[in-house]
Every structure is written in structure tokens, then in C-alpha cells.
Write a protein that binds this ligand. Structure first.
Ligand code: CGF
Length: 839
């Protein structure tokens, strides 16, 4: 009340206006007004979607006031701002998050209830913006939430894909992809800003010239260009007055039609040209952790980065007359190498367009850029064929060559005659097809390089980026990933959130370390039974969802054993599937065997072109069919594949989980973030010493974590010695039985060919050591079963897991970036005074 006297105090009711008022009655009026005047419906005619839209506009109005005010404060104070460049933002639904952050959730629930409407039903109407593939895009979204919650001036830049990540359905066990037309019913969360349109050039050639001062310069004569229109999304901080911006770019043709072509009568071609330009932001490439060497992808990357840099410079120059303080006012974080072309683009803008000298421009560029690496997989490293690159961006290729020439001169001075090192460090990979190495460009052009979990950063230093580490050890730092507790506890697990707040107050929402205070309640019988009750309720809710969408009845009392994430061989969904087949075999052998009943739940998408991952999805669905339809086995086991795993579904799944599967081959998963969300919601983890699992285990304690498998070092050594998966097959009877049953067509109706590629890849290569870790995993799962039998012990472990997850808040990650990389400070935004509030 004191912070916002004009908004909520009783006395102010009369002056509350419908667009900003926070009172329940005002909200109700505003909602009906929006329903009528924006959706053109009254309550009787309104569809659930109309109601969702009316409520969204009501919330948006309240955000707008804070948003404009925040931007005003930033401008007035000429703040240093963080510009986060990311090709992906996996935002999840906006309405619930906005209601929570702006502090209107309860009010909205109350007035809707009076009208016999359910807030959760309305929230379910929203089609989520799936503008990302997996962890990397979701991380960017968590970071945007934390930046605003910590009051750090920031702007996220990205692409407004017209089609986000495809919708997945399962037909006959196979993944089928459908386009995600997420914008088809309109989007209340974006505001187009055509006034900040920018032009992006492509193709053509370069020409040298002498400027009036006698200086040699280069100009880029492009052969086509595309326009970028920004769409702004408000990013409200949690319960403060900060609203930052996410600015996503959409491509448009420069002229509505090419009139020359149009006049010559070739209407179709004129339209086709236009469509071609607009294709740039048409669709998200659906690959996670794999690089797709498509020209259109490079066009997307360059397009959004150029738009963003032009926008940043425009904003900067509106307050400054030269670039002297550019690096003091701007810091640019590049999320993986996707935006790394920005290094060459900033050089081009400074040197060619603003006539800054090369050395000065390079100094600025290196001071502003910082690079986050997200992967150790070599197949994910972006490399562009020089020919393709030069055709699309001829000037950038020249700039990269010049950066490289100067860089390699430096290296030669420090390491004379070390040609091997030079070849590895070069921005250009020589060979029959020369390539531009984007990770090298990112390392050379940034002042900071970070990995996303301790082990990952260590492996970057030791292996993937070892030569850069030898050159500049001081550039390297680790920032372990984190997740926002607002979306992934408060919004997704409201009952647990309420229990926490009742017992320890609400501070945990702003300072997740506070969640540690529940540790003192671990022996409190009332707290324990409330905790158990909530987990049971959440499991029952998920069981209902499964019944509705998969027509499978599962036992809410069974152990919910869950692996949800992208499908990739290194994530080893197959290992869990092999465990299921092992249990199946045991039950077939010994029908009266007493085992802990389990419900196995899988979810996740495969890249459409990744045949092996798609076959693994088919395999899991095939195992599910056999297991679920066998009366003898399905008394104990159920296997469920939830289609179209996305953020909304994840929010339902995490709270209902008992056991979280984090079983990647050690040294392959950079961090993982579902591991954090599961544990925060009281799931126990079975996992390898990979990515952030290691730190999670350290924090929750080894007794509360099920560890198995080879370490990264052991994986490396085994491969170096010569790994032969066949040895494991020959010597392990249960493993052999699994393989043989699959091989004999036991899960493919007798078809012995269907899963042959899968078995061959394991028997002859097994790149991800499924066989080598099989026995350790089976043994560890046995310990899980033992622990689950002792429900009191399990409950204690569950509470301790949540209690000790404080470290994994994305607020902590953002504080570390701010302190160690960005040198940025919070700029609190005070509530706008009533006097200047719009009437
Ligand atoms: O980034 C990932 C994810 N798959 O998107 N990488 N990429 N590229 C890593 O594989 C994850 O381990 C990591 O948690 C995530 C965010 O850093």
C-alpha cells in the first residue's frame, strides 16, 4: 500500500482508472471493457479464447505504464545496459507470469471467480511462443526474467519467428511434425514498432575509395536488402516497477513490390521476391545442439544481429556524439555462436559507416562483446563455407580476414614457429572447403568467455577451447546456469509455493537461498505430511492429464520416473528404455516378482532430420505398447510418451515427479537445466557426473542423489584404450537378453529390421557408452527402488533436495554475469508518481 498509494489504497478507489487500477473492482470493469471493445464480444458470446485475450489486455495495460516509465528512467539516467543477443527465446506462456510478476494474480482469480470463471482455464488458452529448441532458449527466457527482477537495465534481442518449434504428434509411435502457427489468433503480448525499422543488406561486392581526407576506405555495394521491424515484448520484474524489453525482429521486403518487374507484367515474380525476403524470419530451425549449414540460417543470424546493432547504436547516438563511451554504456552478451557474426558487423558499422579507425573500433568491439559457449559437441560448432559466406556477406568476410591476419601475427609473436597452433587458432579452417569458424571469431572478439557449469568450463579450457585458454586464461570464467523460481515453482507448483510461503514467508521468491530455511522443518510432522500431500496431488493431476491425452491409466501411487528433454543420443533416453525392458524381462521370467511399481514418462522432440533420435522415439512408444498391454507386466509398470513437450507441459510435469533422469554420457551435457527444475520441485535425481548434475549433487548432498556411471575422464580413457561394446554384450546376460529381445522383433511385432539401425549403432559403435554404463545404471535403479520403499526416507530426501537448490536460481547466475562479466549495476525504478500518471 505504501509503495503504490495511488494504486491500491482504499481512498484512491475513486481515482483509479481502468487502464492502471489494481483494485479487484477496477480490474473487473477493465476486463469487461476489453472483452467488449477489443474482442467485440459480451460475456454471453465470448469464447474461452476471447476471455483470455480480454484478461491479457487488462494485464498488459498495467504493464505499459511501468514499461514506459522504466524506459524513461533508463534514458534519463543514461544507464549502462545489457544487450542479450540470442537466436532463441523459449518464453512459455505469458499471462500467468505477467500476473504474478505485476502482483495481480490473486485479484484476477478473485474477480473471475465472482463471474464463475476459472483463471487457470483462461491461462490454458494461450498458445505458447515456442521461439526456441530447448535449454539454450529457455535459459535466455529465465535470464530475461531475472534481469528485470534484479532491476538491471537490459534488452533482449532476437527473432520473431512466424513459425516456432514444430508441434509434435505421435502417429503409430513415430514423431510427426506440424508447423506451429502460434500467431494465428493474434498476440496481445507484442507491440510492433515500425518507426524503428532498419535496413539490412545482403550480397553484392565491395569497392575501395579514397575519402576527402585522403584515407582509403571500403564501401559495400549490396545487391539486395531486407527491412527489419521490431516487435517489443514487455518483461516485468517480479514485484518491482521494472519492465524491461525483449525486442524481436521480423523481416519485411524493402518495397512492397518490385515495380519494374510488376510493370513488366510478371506479377508472380514480383510477389515471389517479396516472399523471399520475408522468409528470413519465417521459421525456427528445429535443431538443438547440432549445426545446420543452411544459407537461410546464416541470413537469419546476420539479419537479427545487424538489426540489433543498428538499433543499439541509434539509441546510443541519441545521447552521445561519438563512440568514446560506447563500451561504458553497452555490454553485449552473445548466447552461443549464433550471434557471433555481430563481431564483424560491429566492426563494419564502426569502420565503414561511422569512420572510426580500425584499432579504436577493435578496442571497442572487444570491450563490449562477451561469449557464452553452450556445448562440447563438435558437431554443434558452427562453421560456414567461405564461398557461401563471401557471397552473402562479402564485406564481413574481408573484415574477418583482416581480424585474422592481425590476430595470427600476435600469436606468431608469442608462439614462433608453432604452425600447428596457428592452424588451430585461425578463424579460417583450411582444407578442400575453407570454412569460417564462428567459435574462434567469438573467442577472439570477446573479452570474456564462459561455460555454463563447472565441468563444462573446465572441459572448454582443457579441450574444445584449449588453445584460446593458453592464450588468454584471464578471459575464461564459469557461470553455472540457473532457472527462475517464479515460473518453475510459484507458477507451476502453486500448492508447494503456498506451503513454503506459509512456513518461511515469501522472501524465497526474490532470494532463493531462503528456501534453505525449510530444512529446519524436515522433521516437522505437519510440514512433512503437507509436502507429501502436495506431491500426491500433483501426481494425481498429471495422471489425469495422461488419461485424457494418452488414454492410459496410471497409478498415482507408483514411482513417477521421468525423462523429458530433447531427444539426442548423448542424452541416452535409450538407457532408461533398456532399464524398462530389463524389468519387463524379469517380470516375464518371474511373474510373481515383487517390484516397486513405476510409471515411466518420456517427453521431448527430435530434430526432424535426425533419423536415429526419431527411431528412439519410435522404440520407446513400441516398448510402451507392449508393456502397457501385457496384463501381467502392466500391473507394475506403465510407459507413457507425452507428445509435444513444451514449456507449458514441463510446468505440469516437474511438480509431479519422483525421480528425475539426468543420465547423459559424462562430458557431453554442458549443464542441463531440467535437472534443476525437477530437484527444486522435490524430485530426486538419478544421474551421471555430467554438467550441472555435479554441482547439484554437491549441494543436495551425495546421500540425496543417485549417482552412477563413468566419469568424463573415464569415458575419455575408455575410448582412448579402444572401447568395444560387444564385450559388454557378450559378458552381461541381462543386457544380452534386452538386445536379443529387441533384435528378435519383441517390440516390433516380429519385425527384425525395424530397430536394426539402433542395435547396430550400439553393438558396433556405441558412441555414447550405453553398454558401458548399463550395469551401473541398473544397480543404481535398484537403490532407487529400495529408497522408494521407505516412503519416510524418500520424503526426507525430497524435502532436502528442494531446500538445497537455492544456488540454482537464475538470479544467482545473473548476479555473477553482472559482477564478473558485465560490470552492470541495478537501477531501481521508483513507482511513477500519481501526479504524472495518465488521467
Ligand atoms: O544449452 C544446451 C541445450 N541443449 O540447449 N545447448 N546447446 N546448444 C546444452 O546442451 C545444455 O546442456 C544447456 O543446459 C543449455 C543451456 O546452457
Amino acid at each position: 500500500y505504501q509503495k503504490h498509494p495511488h494504486r491500491t489504497s482504499e481512498a484512491a478507489v475513486q481515482i483509479e482508472d481502468d487502464r492502471t487500477g489494481m483494485n479487484v473492482e477496477t480490474l473487473r470493469r477493465a476486463f469487461l471493457d476489453n472483452l467488449y471493445y477489443i474482442q467485440g464480444k459480451d460475456l454471453q458470446l465470448a469464447t474461452p479464447y476471447d476471455l483470455y485475450m480480454a484478461l491479457s489486455y487488462t494485464v498488459r495495460d498495467r504493464l505499459l505504464q511501468r514499461w514506459l516509465h522504466t524506459q524513461e528512467v533508463y534514458l534519463q539516467q543514461d544507464v549502462r545496459s545489457v544487450c542479450y543477443l540470442s537466436a532463441e527465446y523459449l518464453l512459455g506462456r505469458q499471462l500467468g507470469n505477467a500476473l504474478i510478476n505485476v502482483g495481480l494474480y490473486e485479484q484476477a482469480r478473485a474477480f473471475l471467480k465472482e463471474m464463475n470463471l476459472d483463471l487457470r482455464d483462461l491461462m490454458e488458452q494461450e498458445i505458447e511462443p515456442g521461439l526456441g529448441n530447448g535449454g539454450l532458449g529457455r535459459l535466455a527466457a529465465c535470464f530475461m526474467d531475472s534481469l528485470a527482477s534484479l532491476e538491471i537495465p537490459a534488452i533482449g534481442y532476437g527473432i520473431r519467428y512466424e513459425f516456432g518449434i514444430f508441434a509434435q504428434s505421435i502417429r503409430d509411435g513415430w514423431q510427426v511434425e506440424q508447423p506451429d502457427r502460434w500467431l494465428r489468433y493474434g498476440n496481445p503480448w507484442e507491440i510492433p514498432r515500425p518507426e524503428y525499422l532498419v535496413e539490412v543488406k545482403f550480397g553484392g561486392h565491395t569497392e575501395g575509395y579514397i575519402d576527402p581526407a585522403g584515407q582509403y576506405r571500403v564501401s559495400w555495394v549490396n545487391d539486395r536488402s531486407v527491412l527489419g521491424t521490431p516487435y517489443d515484448y514487455p518483461v516485468p520484474g517480479y514485484r518491482n516497477d521494472t519492465v524491461n524489453t525483449l525486442r524481436l525482429w521480423s523481416a519485411r521486403a524493402t518495397e512492397d513490390f518490385n515495380f519494374q518487374v510488376f510493370d513488366s507484367g510478371d506479377f508472380a515474380r514480383a510477389v515471389a521476391d517479396k516472399t523471399y525476403s520475408e522468409n528470413i524470419t519465417k521459421v525456427l530451425y528445429p535443431n538443438d545442439n547440432t549445426y545446420q549449414g543452411r544459407e537461410l540460417r546464416l541470413e537469419q543470424q546476420y539479419f537479427f544481429v545487424s538489426c540489433s546493432l543498428q538499433d543499439i547504436i541509434r539509441r546510443y547516438l541519441s545521447y552521445h556524439s561519438d563512440f568514446e563511451s560506447f563500451a561504458d554504456k553497452v555490454t553485449l552478451q552473445i548466447n552461443d555462436t549464433h550471434p557471433s557474426i555481430g563481431i564483424a558487423e560491429l566492426m563494419r558499422l564502426l569502420v565503414d559507416e561511422y569512420l572510426v579507425g580500425w584499432d579504436k573500433a577493435w578496442q571497442i568491439t572487444r570491450r563490449v562483446f562477451a561469449y557464452t559457449n553452450h556445448t562440447l559437441l563438435s558437431e554443434a560448432l558452427e562453421r560456414w563455407p567461405v564461398a557461401l559466406f563471401g557471397n552473402l556477406l562479402p564485406r564481413h568476410l574481408e573484415i574477418i580476414y583482416e581480424i585474422n591476419r592481425r590476430f595470427l601475427d600476435e600469436v606468431r609473436e608469442r608462439f614462433p614457429e608453432d604452425e600447428g597452433r596457428i592452424a588451430r587458432l585461425s578463424l579460417i579452417q583450411e582444407g578442400s572447403q575453407k570454412q569460417v569458424r564462428m567459435a574462434n571469431l567469438a573467442c577472439v572478439g570477446s573479452h570474456a568467455i564462459n561455460g555454463v557449469a563447472q565441468l563444462h568450463t573446465e572441459l572448454l579450457k582443457k579441450d574444445v577451447l584449449a588453445d584460446f585458454y593458453a592464450l588468454w586464461p584471464e578471459k575464461f570464467t564459469n557461470v553455472t546456469n540457473g532457472v527462475t523460481p517464479r515460473r518453475f515453482l510459484l507458477l507451476s507448483n502453486p500448492k508447494l509455493a503456498l506451503l513454503l510461503s506459509e512456513r518461511i514467508g515469501q522472501d524465497w521468491l526474490k532470494d532463493l537461498d531462503q528456501i534453505g530455511r525449510i530444512e529446519s522443518l524436515v522433521a516437522d510432522p505437519a510440514f512433512r505430511s503437507a509436502w507429501q500431500q502436495i506431491k500426491d496431488d500433483n501426481k494425481r493431476d498429471l495422471a489425469e492429464y495422461i488419461l485424457q491425452f494418452n488414454q492410459i491409466e496410471v497409478d498415482p501411487d507408483s514411482l513417477f520416473d521421468i525423462q523429458v528433454k530433447r531427444f539426442h543420443e548423448y542424452k541416452r533416453q535409450l538407457l532408461l528404455a533398456f532399464f524398462i525392458v530389463t524389468l519387463y524381462n524379469r517380470l516375464k521370467r518371474q511373474p510373481d516378482l515383487e517390484i516397486v511399481p513405476r510409471t515411466f514418462i518420456f517427453g521431448g522432440k527430435s530434430a526432424p532430420g535426425y533419423a536415429m533420435a526419431k527411431l528412439i522415439i519410435k522404440f520407446i512408444n513400441s516398448v510402451a505398447r507392449v508393456v502397457n498391454s501385457d496384463p501381467q507386466v502392466s500391473r507394475h509398470l506403465k510407459v507413457v510418451f507425452l507428445a509435444n513437450y513444451n514449456v507449458s507441459l514441463a510446468q505440469r510435469i516437474y511438480p509431479a515427479c519422483d525421480l528425475s533422469e539426468q543420465i547423459s554420457t559424462a562430458g557431453k551435457e554442458a549443464s542441463g537445466t531440467s535437472n534443476m527444475k525437477f530437484a527444486l520441485n522435490g524430485a530426486l535425481t538419478i544421474g551421471t557426473l555430467d554438467g550441472a548434475n555435479i554441482e547439484i549433487r554437491e549441494k543436495v548432498g551425495p546421500d540425496n542423489f543417485f549417482l552412477f556411471g563413468l566419469t568424463a575422464q573415464q569415458v575419455y580413457d575408455l575410448k582412448a584404450r579402444g572401447y568395444n561394446p560387444r564385450d559388454y554384450y557378450d559378458s552381461n546376460a541381462e543386457l544380452r537378453e534386452v538386445v536379443d529381445r529387441i533384435s528378435a522383433g519383441g517390440f516390433s511385432g516380429g519385425d527384425t529390421n525395424l530397430f536394426r539401425p539402433l542395435l547396430d549403432s550400439l553393438l558396433y559403435r556405441d558412441d555414447y557408452l550405453v553398454f558401458a554404463d548399463y550395469q551401473a545404471y541398473i544397480d543404481c535403479q535398484e537403490q532407487v527402488s529400495q529408497a522408494f520403499r521407505d516412503r519416510e526416507r524418500w520424503l526426507t530426501m525430497s524435502i532436502l533436495n528442494s531446500a538445497r537448490m537455492g544456488y540454482f536460481s537464475s538470479d544467482r547466475s545473473i548476479r555473477e554475469y553482472s559482477r564478473n562479466i558485465w560490470q552492470s549495476e541495478p537501477v531501481p525504478v521508483e513507482p511513477e508518481s500519481p501526479a504524472i500518471r495518465p488521467a
